[in-house]
Design a protein around this ligand. Structure first.
Ligand code: ATP
Length: 229
């Protein structure tokens, strides 16, 4: 399997305080990789660094065969990293449809395909984004990322704080995307949904990659050591 994303030993600081001390992770073409770890261990910082919203002091980031370690965010997005950020940002004063169209880039994804994945968005296509429920906004954020035809979809806590039925709808969509061969890097706390779809898990502890393996190899002891509260 060829590597789509290869992050090697990145170190990241917020001012004087170091957040990442050596994070490495790989995502192969068509793989779903779960980025895991307790609160504050560096998951969001890793994603921010991949998307060039934080800069690494050391280490290497390769995506689709390019060294993206010093590229600006928009270039990385153009290369095919589609981020659904924590907190699901959409354009509040645009409609659902306008939000989706504004994100569009040439490729397989179209409005029709996003609406097929999330029928609720079609029902609300003319509604302003700021009047959507939290779950609908999350679907819109995912739809927007897909409209860019990303080689890698990055989901940071996409189901956090949502009602169970909406969460289930988002997991269903993620499973459908995986089935089509979409490469995905995903952070989520719901292990019962996450582990069955993950090809690999990467666990961070205090800003370092502490463990990597398949979900099968993640024993209850390891889960307790790295993920338990
Ligand atoms: P969570 O699950 O709580 O989102 P996380 O694993 O995503 O946690 P990060 O948000 O990446 O962790 O945080 C890693 C470390 O960096 C933490 O110690 C955090 O306090 C620190 N940190 C994160 N953002 C900032 C910031 N803007 N300024 C200073 N320190 C930060």
């Amino acid at each position: 399997m060829s590597e789509l994303l290869d992050i090697e030993n990145i170190e990241v600081f917020y001012g004087p305080s170091q957040a990442l001390f050596g994070v490495s992770l790989k995502v192969g073409e068509g793989e779903v990789v779960a980025l895991m770890g307790r609160n504050g261990m560096g998951k969001t910082t890793t994603i921010r660094t991949l998307c060039r919203m934080s800069k690494q002091k050391a280490g290497r980031i390769e995506f689709a065969g390019c060294d993206i370690g010093s590229m600006p965010s928009h270039k990385v997005a153009q290369l095919g990293v589609g981020l659904v950020p924590e907190g699901r940002r959409c354009f509040a004063n645009l409609t659902v449809e306008e939000n989706l169209v504004a994100a569009a880039r040439a490729g397989e994804w179209s409005l029709a395909r996003v609406y097929e994945l999330f029928p609720r968005l079609e029902e609300r296509q003319g509604q302003m984004a700021n009047t959507l429920s939290g779950g609908e906004q999350q679907m819109l954020a995912i739809g927007r990322a897909l409209m860019t035809n990303p080689k890698l979809l990055v989901l940071d806590e996409a189901t956090e704080g949502l009602a169970p039925v909406i969460r289930e709808e988002i997991w269903r969509a993620v499973r459908e995307l995986k089935a089509t061969g979409q490469s995905i890097l995903i952070v989520d706390k719901t292990l019962s949904e996450l582990l069955p779809i993950a090809d690999h898990c990467v666990i961070l502890e205090r800003g370092r990659t502490a463990w990597t393996g398949t979900p099968d190899a993640l024993t209850p002891e390891l889960a307790d050591r790295y993920l338990g509260v």
